[in-house]
Ligand binder design. Structure first.
Ligand code: UD1
Ligand code: UDP
Length: 373
């Protein structure tokens, strides 16, 4: 008898990383697969749904401007009850470490479904960094029945925490599945955003691509980051800093206040995934606090400065393609300028490196779940 799978996600990065899995499950007719979005994000989620042509079967439409963790968590758990009671899935797949991940895994556990955690086992062992993600993924890791770990390090973390190894599979990260699929498309598709970037950006200049949104960086952290970008922009000739600004008002305000009028810094709206991948491929350096971008950029041979003090993704740091710079203005400026000026060092850091997968993570996940049935 066909088994029912419910794939739940809510934010931009979860959608990007779940899209290949949705496709893989839907190809297999031994599963009845449905998608539920909490819409913890709205516009940024819809950009991804459009590109990957995913039409959710359930949409909780939860996002509220300036939402907080208390209300969001409660709304996810109560919002999922009717969905779980209606569809009665055998398996629920959740991804990563957002509030959607944590709330959905609790609700799925209450429903009696088997919980499958994709991108399992990432840890900093610092509950304040990243906040609240470290605790979200730890809770989900202890609720989940099956754990899909992207790397050996994440597998080891789960084993250390007492998870039986027979329930953990090392798969690579589905972010690479999505990246490989998209990289091959972006140079050939007619994409209006890419067309606009080609018209508006000066590709004779040296391009630095920036993203940032982490909660622990809100406040002084973002002020430091913006001051650093301002200084970098003023210190290097022929530079263009492109920053698609996350829609969180706690990010928008300092970024537009401090950088809104800088000549060589271009603040733009969040890009849809294909245009972002295209731009990442074209830039010289990435400065970010994002989890996903930290995984994608090394696979494209782009050096990354990560504006965090800790990372749950040590693999690229160990390989030398990622440097942690925190939110210290001087450190960000020194590392960025050092790399822009020292060709030898730049070359060493921009070696193509791909510790996060081979593009077949989703195939492995579906095969594993199929063998359980
Ligand atoms: C969330 C996740 C974080 C993830 C990030 C990816 C939590 C607690 N945080 O952080 O783990 O790394 O997404 O980007 O789960 N907004 C919009 N439109 C959108 C998206 C956001 O306007 O499409 C604004 C809204 O005002 C919203 C606010 O951003 O209330 C914050 O969104 P939220 O999902 O709570 O936090 P993020 O900082 O996006
Ligand atoms: N991304 C995007 N458009 C942008 C910036 C990022 O599509 O303007 C993609 C990026 O390629 C990566 C993901 O969004 O796959 C990362 O999302 P984010 O940084 O918001 O979250 P995190 O990965 O830190 O949870």
């Amino acid at each position: 008898m066909e088994k029912k799978v419910l794939i739940i996600f809510g934010t931009r990065p979860e959608a990007i990383k779940m899209a290949p899995l949705v496709k893989e499950f839907k190809k297999d007719k031994s599963f009845n697969t449905k998608v539920c979005v909490t819409a913890q994000h709205r516009e940024m989620l819809d950009q991804v749904l459009d590109f990957f042509e995913i039409k959710p079967d359930y949409d909780l439409n939860l996002m509220k401007p300036g939402q907080n963790l208390y209300g969001l968590t409660a709304a996810i758990i109560t919002g999922l009850q009717p969905v779980l009671e209606d569809f009665q899935p055998d398996f629920v797949c959740v991804h990563g470490d957002t509030t959607t991940t944590m709330g959905s895994s609790i609700a799925a556990f209450y429903s009696g479904a088997k919980v499958c955690h994709i991108e399992a086992g990432l840890r900093t062992y610092n509950k304040k960094s990243p906040f609240p993600e470290e605790i979200n993924r730890t809770i989900t890791g202890h609720i989940a029945d099956y754990h899909f770990a992207p790397t050996q390090t994440s597998f080891d973390n789960l084993e250390k925490e007492g998870i039986a190894s027979k329930n953990i599979l090392i798969t690579g990260n589905t972010v690479i599945d999505a990246l490989f699929e998209s990289v091959s498309k972006v140079d050939t598709i007619e994409d209006p955003e890419i067309k606009k970037l080609k018209e508006e950006l000066d590709f004779t200049k040296r391009i630095i691509l920036v993203t940032g949104h982490r909660r622990e960086n809100h406040g002084q952290g973002f002020i430091n980051i913006c001051n650093a970008l301002k200084e970098i922009g003023e210190s290097v000739e022929n530079i263009q800093i492109i920053y698609p600004v996350h829609l969180n008002p706690k990010v928008q305000k300092p970024v537009y206040d401090i950088l809104g009028k800088q000549d060589n810094i271009k603040l733009i709206a969040p890009l849809a995934y294909p245009a972002f991948v295209w731009l990442m491929n074209k830039c010289e350096l990435v400065i970010t606090d994002s989890g996903g971008v930290q995984e994608e950029a090394p696979s494209l041979g782009k050096p990354v400065l990560v504006m965090r003090d800790t990372t749950e993704r040590p693999e690229a740091v160990d390989a030398g393609t990622v440097i942690l710079v925190g939110t210290n203005t001087k450190k960000i400026v020194d590392e960025a300028l050092g790399l822009m000026k020292d060709k030898k060092r730049y070359k060493l850091m921009s070696k193509l490196h791909n510790p996060y997968g081979d593009g077949k993570a989703s195939i492995r996940i579906v095969k594993f779940i199929k063998n359980l049935v």
